[in-house]
Write a protein that binds this ligand. Structure first.
Ligand code: FA5
Length: 329
C-alpha cells in the first residue's frame, strides 16, 4: 500500500505492480504457497491472501486513475489558450515606390487633361518599330537592345518602350488626342541605372496648332509638380526616328546636387525622358494629315524618377524586394 501511494507517475506505479503481482512477485508467491499449506490452515490463509490481493488491486486501480487525472490537469495547464492576450498584428504593407511614383505621375497628367491608355507587353515589330519609323535594318534599332520572342513568324518582341501605344491609339481615334500610356517595358540592359524590365509613361497630344512650346511648357510644369518648383531642368537636342525635332529632358541630380557623382556619371544631370514633335512619317502610318495636325510625344522612365525623388542610388534595389529597403518609403 505504501509503494502504491508513493508512486508519482504511471511508470512508477507499473514498477510497483510488477514487484508484487509479477510472476516472482510477493503476492503471487503467497498465493502459490497456499496450496502447500496443511488442510486446516489452507482455507483461512487462502481467504486472507485473496482479500489482500483484491484490496491491493483496487488501491492500484484508484492510484492509476488519480495519476492520469493529475497528468491531464498538468498538460491542460500547459496548453491552455489565454484568450485575453493581445493578438499578433499583421505587418501593414504599402505600395512599392515604383507604383507610388507611377500613380503620382498619372494623377499629375490627368489633372493636366490627359486620359490613360494601355497596350500589350508583347508587341509586333510593326508597332514597336516600323510604324514608329524604324525601318528594318535601320541603325536606330540599335538604340534599344531588344528581346525577341520565338513566334515562328519572327516578328514578336517584348516592347522596348511604350511608344507603340501612340500608334494603337491614333489608329483608333481622330484628333484631338491627349493620352498617357503607362506600362512595363523590356530591354537587354543591366547596370546601376538600367534594368532589363522597367516602366515607362508615354504621352501623346495631337491637335491643330500644337507646337514645341506646348511640349516644353507641359513637361516643365510636370517637373514642378513632381520634383518641387526649384529643381532645375534642361532640354537637350536628341534623336528619335518618330519625332522631329527631338529632345531629352534632364533634371539636376538630386543625389549630388549637380557636383557630379557615380549616379549622374559626373555630369550633374539625370536624363528622365525623351520627347519631340511627332514625325510626319508617323502620321502617314496612321492616316492623319500632317498638313492639318501636329503633335508632341514624350516617354519617361519611372524607376529613374522614383530614384530621383527618393535619392536611391542603384536601380536594382527597387527589384530585390528587401523589406528593410522597401519599408523606408
Ligand atoms: C524611349 O524609350 C522613347 N520611346 C521615348 C520617347 C517617347 C521619345 C516619345 C520621344 C517621344 P529612351 O530609350 O531614351 O527613349 O528611354 C526613355 C527613358 O526610359 C529614359 O530616359 C530612361 O529614364 C528610361 N530607361 C531607358 N532604359 C532604361 C533601363 N534599362 N532601365 C531603366 N530605365 C530606362
Amino acid at each position: 500500500m505504501a509503494a502504491i501511494a508513493a508512486a508519482r507517475s504511471e511508470s512508477d506505479l507499473l514498477d510497483a505492480k510488477g514487484r508484487f503481482f509479477g510472476k516472482k512477485g510477493a503476492v503471487s508467491g503467497i498465493l502459490k504457497g497456499v496450496a502447500g499449506l496443511p488442510v486446516e490452515e489452507r482455507k483461512a490463509i487462502g481467504d486472507l491472501a485473496n482479500r489482500a490481493r483484491a484490496e491491493l488491486e483496487s488501491a492500484f486501480d484508484a492510484r492509476l486513475a488519480g495519476i492520469r487525472e493529475q497528468e491531464r490537469g498538468r498538460s491542460e495547464g500547459r496548453e491552455r489558450i489565454d484568450v485575453t492576450l493581445p493578438g499578433r498584428a499583421p505587418m501593414p504593407g504599402h505600395r512599392h515606390p515604383v507604383s507610388q511614383t507611377m500613380s503620382d505621375i498619372l494623377s499629375a497628367f490627368r489633372r493636366l487633361g490627359f486620359s490613360v491608355q494601355c497596350g500589350p507587353d508583347v508587341e509586333t515589330d510593326y508597332y514597336n518599330f516600323e510604324a514608329l519609323n524604324f525601318p528594318p535594318e535601320h541603325p536606330a534599332r540599335d538604340m534599344q537592345d531588344t528581346f525577341y520572342v520565338e513566334s515562328g513568324t519572327g516578328d514578336l518582341v517584348l516592347r522596348t518602350h511604350t511608344s507603340p501605344v501612340q500608334i494603337r491609339t491614333m489608329e483608333r481615334r481622330k484628333p484631338p488626342v491627349r493620352i498617357i500610356a503607362p506600362g512595363t517595358v523590356y530591354r537587354s540592359d543591366s547596370d546601376i541605372t538600367h534594368s532589363p524590365m522597367f516602366h515607362q509613361v508615354e504621352g501623346l497630344a495631337v491637335d491643330r496648332d500644337i507646337t514645341m512650346a506646348d511640349l516644353k511648357g507641359l513637361l516643365t510644369e510636370f517637373c514642378r509638380m513632381t520634383f518641387g518648383p526649384t529643381t532645375p531642368v534642361r532640354f537637350r537636342p536628341s534623336y528619335f526616328p518618330f519625332t522631329e525635332p527631338s529632345a531629352e529632358m534632364d533634371i539636376r541630380c538630386v543625389l549630388c546636387g549637380g557636383s557630379g557623382c557615380r549616379v549622374c556619371k559626373e555630369s550633374g544631370w539625370l536624363e528622365i525622358l525623351g520627347a519631340g514633335m511627332v514625325d510626319p512619317m508617323v502620321f502617314g502610318f496612321v492616316g492623319y494629315d500632317p498638313e492639318e495636325y501636329a503633335g508632341f510625344a514624350f516617354g519617361m522612365g519611372i524607376e529613374r524618377i522614383a530614384m530621383l525623388r527618393h535619392g536611391i542610388s542603384d536601380i536594382r534595389l527597387l527589384f530585390e524586394n528587401d523589406i528593410r529597403f522597401l519599408s523606408q518609403f
